[in-house]
Design a protein around this ligand. Structure first.
Ligand code: 13P
Length: 256
């Protein structure tokens, strides 16, 4: 049985005080919803303040990136050891990092390993570009992204996968529920082939890309989709609450 998850990726938005304000607006109502995992991923600089604000609640915390060394002379980087004290999850391999910061499959693999080593749960992002989608290469691209990210990992302990087609991110042009369900089903098959039935059944696979309060129901109703990684809409208190509430109402059924 997989508990649905809604994670808010705030990206490079909110100052510390804005982050605190947003958490104060959503904290109580989010806390009252107990059949969905609610994860907030604010910028690094707000993690400690948000952690303090959600203390004692059922809300979970995630970071948006990580470096793969545990400590040392890497000016400006944030290590797994530092994050392990603050949060439970970490987004790895987001398409914006692949695109703007040249993160390769090899780097992403190192990051996933480094996170797992300290007990952080990766939210591993994968997804094809518009061109790749048009060329009918979605499954091929996803297979390669999974292969490289998970190379040498015997058990992806608590990892979550987010299927985020690049063409749907921040464009207002979400995939359809049916499209996302098909690809997420394929991702689950790939996990099954690499690992086993149990890992395939327990791994939560989210959809991400222009998710809003108006389309979340379409995704949550699908049998393979376990929740969403929400960008823009997670910055609006009312909209994010609505996404989590709808997930709570629709999304709790035996998923196996
Ligand atoms: P949007 O929801 O803004 O399209 O962003 C999706 C995303 O990239 C989440 O990680």
């Amino acid at each position: 049985m997989r508990v649905p998850m809604i994670a808010g990726n705030w990206k490079m938005n909110t100052t510390v005080s804005e982050a605190m304000e947003l958490v104060n607006e959503i904290r109580q109502e989010l806390d009252e919803i107990d059949n969905v995992d609610k994860v907030l991923c604010p910028p690094f600089v707000s993690l400690a303040a948000v952690k303090e604000l959600i203390k004692g609640s059922s809300i979970k915390l995630g970071a948006q990136n990580i470096y793969f060394e545990q400590k040392g002379a890497y000016t400006g980087e944030i290590s797994p050891l530092m994050l392990a004290e603050l949060c439970e999850f970490v987004i790895i391999g987001h398409s914006e990092r692949r695109q703007y910061f040249n993160e390769t499959g090899e780097i992403i693999n190192k990051k996933v390993k480094a996170a797992l080593k300290v007990g952080l749960k990766p939210i591993l992002c994968i997804g094809e570009s518009f061109k790749e989608n048009e060329a009918g290469r979605t499954e091929e691209v996803i297979t390669e992204q999974l292969r490289s990210a998970l190379a040498g990992i015997k058990y992806p302990n608590g990892s979550v996968i987010a299927y985020e087609p690049v063409w749907a991110i921040g464009t207002g042009k979400a995939a359809t529920g049916e499209q996302a369900n098909k690809t997420i089903g394929f991702i689950r098959q790939t996990i099954y082939r690499k690992y086993c039935t149990r890992v395939a059944q327990e791994t939560r696979i989210l959809y991400g890309g222009s998710v809003t309060a108006s389309n979340i129901a379409e995704f949550i109703q699908q049998s393979e989709i376990d929740g969403a990684l929400v960008g823009g809409a997670s910055l609006k208190a009312g909209e994010f609450l609505s996404i989590v509430k709808q997930t709570s109402e629709i999304g709790v059924f035996e998923r196996d």
